[in-house]
Write a protein of this length. Structure first.
Length: 61
């Protein structure tokens, strides 16, 4: 597949992925791995914003 072809997910698929990421982040936080839990929360929040009409401004990195 060419590199310039975007990968697309339905909103239902994105919701499932985001739910899984949120669950994993919670498990990391409960297990004492706050750094990775926090980083996964950042990724999850970005996906929420992009998938469901939130702030789609420039990437802060």
């Amino acid at each position: 597949m060419p590199a310039d072809v975007p990968i697309r997910f339905s909103l239902e698929e994105m919701a499932t992925i985001i739910e899984d990421l949120m669950r994993i982040a919670d498990e990391l936080n409960r297990g004492g791995d706050e750094v990775n839990g926090y980083l996964l929360d950042l990724v999850t929040n970005r996906l929420l914003d992009r998938s469901f009409g939130g702030d789609v401004g420039p990437d802060p990195s």
